[in-house]
Design a protein around this ligand. Structure first.
Ligand SMILES: [Fe+2]
Ligand SMILES: [Fe+2]
Length: 336
């Protein structure tokens, strides 16, 4: 994948430095200043893209960017400035979380039931036009083309029943041994059916900050052992909130004339996540906090962040569409 188009002074400096091979101290300082000055880090295009670029070095990297950058101490220092404000913004959004003595799966269920974010799946089921569907998939492709990967970073931090439960879920995300059934591949197929470029990272330049904020949150949790509880809470929340919306997304595509060969990504999630929900909440999170009760708050924090990031994306798209605008960063015909 190519380095993305810069969205401000920080990403401009960062992309230049990564391609020339020298990280300038001025770029690290710029990251610190950008982070300190950002009034809303989660919707800050320059900040979120810079953080996504830093994290991408742990996934597939960029054409023309040396692989050694992944563990460059100065780049990690730059990233830490961005992570600090990103995490603070998540904490502020999550607010005070009440931890009770109830089993953690019930606390997760209650948290999800209390969420009052807008329902994008209802809109896409009933109203979403083909072009809005393309925008939605373009935005979501930032995550779904690496579906499973951010949470998988947490696996080596776990043990016993918790680890086995997570691997059981992730094995399905990766197609249970069949590359064509990998969820990322099913998503790519759906993109192609709607005329979109399904190349890994191909639509990054179209995706708004909210798309990166959502994936950066997962990368943050997956890549830091300290956030293993949040990574698991986040994954559990994804699994627990996927089945019903997937049914609606599938219905939305059928309404537009697509059949099961296109909706298979969603149909798969209706089935799989009804099963994953229990494994994630009871086996995975339940056994984690049984062994480490102090992580309960982090599990709930991760789940809250998942709901909050879904809300951020939904409000971004629905707000833009309501105002008659594109929800993407640049207005252009998306279909090939
Ligand atoms: Fe999946
Ligand atoms: Fe799943």
């Amino acid at each position: 994948m190519r380095l993305p188009e810069p969205r401000g002074s920080l990403t401009r400096a960062l992309c230049t430095d990564l391609s020339t091979g020298t990280l300038s101290p001025a770029t690290v300082q710029l990251a610190e200043r950008t982070a300190a000055a950002s009034t809303d880090p989660l919707t800050d295009e320059d900040l979120q893209l810079a953080l996504a670029i830093c994290y991408e070095l742990h996934y597939r990297g960029f054409d023309g960017v040396a692989e050694d950058w992944e563990w460059d101490p100065d780049l990690l220092r730059l990233r830490a400035h961005l992570e600090r404000v990103h995490t603070a913004a998540l904490r502020e959004l999550a607010g005070e979380l009440e931890v009770t003595d109830e089993p953690v799966d019930r606390q997760l269920t209650a948290l999800i039931a209390a969420d009052d974010g807008p329902s994008l799946s209802r809109y896409m089921a009933r109203t979403g036009s083909l072009e809005q569907w393309r925008e939605y998939l373009a935005l979501r492709s930032v995550y779904h083309l690496k579906e499973g990967d951010p949470h998988t970073f947490a696996v080596p931090r776990l043990s016993g029943r918790t680890k086995a439960a997570m691997v059981e879920i992730q094995a399905d995300e990766y197609g249970g041994g069949s590359p064509a059934r990998m969820h990322s591949e099913l998503f790519a197929g759906m993109m192609r059916d709607l005329g979109l470029d399904a190349g890994y990272g191909a639509l990054w330049d179209d995706a708004p900050a909210a798309a990166f904020a959502s994936v950066n949150t997962m990368s943050l949790f997956g890549l830091h052992r300290r956030w293993r509880g949040a990574a698991l809470g986040h994954l559990a929340c994804v699994e627990m909130t996927s089945s019903e919306p997937s049914r609606r997304y599938s219905a939305g595509l059928r309404r537009l004339g697509f059949d099961g060969s296109t909706t298979v990504f969603y149909d798969e999630h209706v089935e799989a996540d009804a099963v994953h929900e229990q494994i994630a909440a009871v086996d995975m999170c339940g056994s984690l906090v049984a062994g480490e009760p102090a992580l309960t708050g982090d599990v709930l924090f991760g789940a809250t962040c998942s709901l909050a990031m879904d809300g951020l994306v939904a409000r971004h798209l629905l707000g833009a569409w309501d105002a008659g605008r594109s929800g993407l960063r640049r207005e252009r015909a998306l279909a090939a």
